[in-house]
Design a protein around this ligand. Structure first.
Ligand code: AMP
Length: 216
């Protein structure tokens, strides 16, 4: 990583879309839309600033190892996959949602989640789920999934799911209902600690532009 160049790690979809106005506030515009392109490295209007498009859960890894100078990662990813070794200067208040427990409509969750009960939970977030149920004194068998958690209780793979809920439309479409709020989630700016020192003059104005754009 050259001293002049900046590499920014982003994931496609919600986070990318909601990051565009922040990048624009810092004068950075991607020359291509990653949804329309198969390119994993996207140039910007600055010859020395590029974006790398990675899976949301890989953003902290790219930044931690310095393959990207900074990135934007959901709090869900930072809690579950580790935010250690990363400087996290700003909660960007984007890609907001809630980490919830959800069950099939009509399932008596209050009775099934008494201390001492046992539940099967399908989730992409085994650590968050395990900690939540341990605090309630509920025994859980955690079934790790990588996507479409909503299907698991419908076909008898689990009693409940722990997943992100935004509008609630996905739950409703699958006849599920949210029964417990675990935590609020939004996305954070994560910066490589070495880059923050070596490239401080380049990074600081961008961090300040992001902060101003979100009113901080
Ligand atoms: P919704 O139907 O709007 O409640 O969205 C729920 C679906 O989108 C679930 O599959 C979630 O895992 C996913 N989801 C919602 N919000 C986010 C987010 N901020 N980041 C990543 N995935 C999300």
């Amino acid at each position: 990583m050259s001293e002049q160049n900046l590499t920014i790690a982003l994931s496609k979809g919600r986070i990318f879309d909601e990051t565009l106005p922040l990048l624009a506030a810092a004068g950075i515009e991607p020359v291509e839309d990653p949804e329309q392109s198969r390119k994993l490295i996207i140039d910007t209007n600055h010859a020395d600033i590029r974006l790398v498009i990675v899976r949301a859960s890989d953003v902290p890894t790219y930044v931690r190892y310095g393959a990207a100078d900074f990135g934007i990662a959901g709090r869900d990813v930072l809690i579950e996959n580790g935010g250690e070794g990363l400087y996290q200067p700003l909660d960007l208040q984007i890609a907001k949602c809630r980490m919830m427990v959800a069950v099939p409509q009509g399932f008596d969750y209050a009775a099934a989640s008494q201390p001492g009960c046992r539940l099967r939970i399908a989730t992409k977030y085994p650590d968050i789920a395990a900690e939540h149920f341990a605090a309630k004194g509920v025994h859980v068998d955690i079934i790790k999934l990588y996507g479409s958690m909503e299907l698991a209780p419908l076909v008898g793979l689990s009693d409940a799911i722990v997943d992100l809920v935004s509008t609630g439309n996905t739950l409703k479409a699958n006849r599920l209902e949210a029964v417990e709020h675990i935590c609020d989630i939004s996305s954070r700016l994560v910066v490589n600690k070495a880059a923050l020192k070596v490239k401080h003059a380049r990074l600081q104005p961008i961090i300040e532009a992001f902060a101003a754009a979100i009113g901080q």
